[in-house]
Design a protein around this ligand. Structure first.
Ligand SMILES: Nc1nc2c(ncn2[C@@H]2O[C@H](COP(=O)(O)OP(=O)(O)OP(=O)(O)O)[C@@H](O)[C@H]2O)c(=O)[nH]1
Ligand SMILES: [Mg+2]
Length: 179
């Protein structure tokens, strides 16, 4: 009985949900991770390897892996995939030229066996920059509505001001309850 209670307690209260934060270099992944942690915009430099931090939202514990997005690092993203519950895909909304590469990376991830059960949050970042693509434009280009085998949500944000970040986390927190 005690063991069952302990397992239920662990499941509902203390379970850590693994998250990977991916996207092309310069998208704003590290800025987002540290905004979650400190509620401020921090100075970043390109990530070589990864950063990992625990983010707690209303008793929900997320272990977030922010993975470097430079081209030479993308082939090793898959070493982070096992036990991932959430993928946060960060898109630089001003980077029209490389949206096709983001699309390729997204569908490569979704086809990976280890990410079969993962839900996907797409952050359309840098929405503060004039002339950027809207979340709707990005959603259309990435053909998100065709994704039927993974829950997904797109959220526009600005990692510098923090606008939109809480809404994204809120979606993730709600999803932990339906898994
Ligand atoms: N204007 C604006 N700049 C941003 C925003 N988010 C991030 N940046 C800037 O974009 C640059 C890259 O941000 P990073 O967070 O280091 O990008 P990254 O995705 O971690 O890049 P890699 O580690 O190389 O994969 C930095 O100069 C950030 O200050 C945003 O919402 N608006
Ligand atoms: Mg980084």
């Amino acid at each position: 009985m005690g063991l069952i209670f302990a397992k239920l307690w662990n499941f509902f209260c203390n379970q850590e949900h693994k998250v990977i934060i991916v996207g092309l270099d310069n998208a704003g992944k590290t800025t987002i991770l540290y905004h979650f942690l400190t509620n401020e915009a921090v100075q970043t430099s390109p990530t070589i390897g990864s950063n990992v931090e625990e983010i707690v939202v209303k008793n929900t514990h997320f272990l977030m892996w922010d993975i470097g997005g430079q081209e030479s690092l993308r082939s090793s993203w898959n070493t982070y995939y096992s036990n991932t519950e959430f993928i946060i895909l960060v898109v630089d909304s001003t980077d029209r030229e490389r949206l096709s590469i983001t699309k390729e990376e997204l569908y490569r991830m979704l086809a990976h066996e280890d990410l079969r059960k993962a839900a996907v949050l797409i952050f359309a970042n840098k929405e503060d920059i004039e002339g950027c693509m809207s979340a709707a434009d990005i959603s259309k280009y990435l053909t998100l509505s065709s994704i039927k085998d993974h829950p997904w949500h797109i959220q526009s944000c600005c990692a510098l001001s923090g606008e939109g970040l809480c809404e994204g986390l809120e979606w993730m927190t709600c999803r932990t309850g339906v898994r």
